[in-house]
Design a protein around this ligand. Sequence first.
Ligand code: WQD
Length: 378
Amino acid sequence: MAPQEPLRLVIVTGGAGYIGSHVVYTLLETRRYRVVSLDNYGNSFPEALVRVSQLAREALPKDATEQDIESTKIEAVSCDLTREDQVRAVFERYGHGAFWGVIHVAALKSVGESSSRPLDYYHTNVGATVSLLKLMEEYGTHRFVYSSSATVYGIPPVIPIPETTPLKAESVYGRTKVMCENILMDLAASNPEQWRLISLRYFNPAGAHPSGRIGEDPRGRPGNLLPLLSQMSVGRLPEGKTLQVFGNDYPTHDGTCVRDYIHVMDLASGHVLALEALASQTDTRAFRAYNLGKGRGQSVLDMVAAMRKASGCEYETVIVGRRLGDVPDLTADPALAEKELGFKAPRELDEMCRDLWNWQSKNPQGYETPEAVATKEE
Ligand code: WQD
């Protein structure tokens, strides 16, 4: 048997979050990486990484090597990315050149909140990214995958949206993502020989790992459509089963906003492909950006129907006014990611809703078990 390649040590920031935990799982599944997660658990739970590691261990083949077993262990560091000293301590501990790459997922992500707390958003999303890149430079790590968002397109002039669309965000949150992409472009131009940077523009992630053991568990009341619908199904929300639909006078097939929902496992696979692309000897571009979407649009009412089918919940809908900052249609053109990364998002809407419901019904209180909740309330 050919000797195994040594494991590549990678940092995943925000590794315990919804997207981060699925990215870490997908990396572990390849048995080619060793993951160090940096997370402040501001909107996530350490338990997620415990479960990711268990799932990866269970997925190992019978003839797994010592190294394979090693690859399922995660170093979970509790760390605030806005604190340079804390992140530096991680780089220092492993030493110069130790990290093969960084996947930077951690960020504040509420569009509404970003307009009332702009400095927190710029500090966390932009300041911490610059600080992380500076440490990478100092410690000799130059491969970087960045979590961007479809929101960088603002109100897109063409649907489906190609990556060549000018970036023009409509919210503070969106502007933090545009700024970081601009920073990455400038960094790439400053030293194209050295840096390998990929920005992944996420459309709307949905679903969960099929085991139902990891999934989306926002702290506080969810602001996004799918966690709202799934928490309604388990009776976790005070408003019962009534969804407020933000506007039905958009120029779409039923008047409600259209989004491109992508299974979080497919989204996660895009990160592994991006890392592989950064290692390519033939493609020497220092910066690239890719849409990660399915290329298909679903309206709010389509999603309500799909979740009703998956969970059996009889939602009620009430039409209210438009939500500030919403755009009628965000549907990706995913052709570039497919062509250059080999990216595909095969999981369909039914599977997204089924996996979301599987997670929510098995974990009605998310990662906080009833026992944990009871202890906290005492
Ligand atoms: C989807 C649709 C709402 C709640 C945002 C960010 C984006 C990304 C994901 C990442 C919209 C409608 C929602 C409700 C509703 N962020 N809706 N009633 O706005 O597409 O994307 O989250 O970190 O960057 O912009 O997602 O799930 O909030 O909304 O009618 O109670 O559901 O108007 O059309 P969105 P969403």
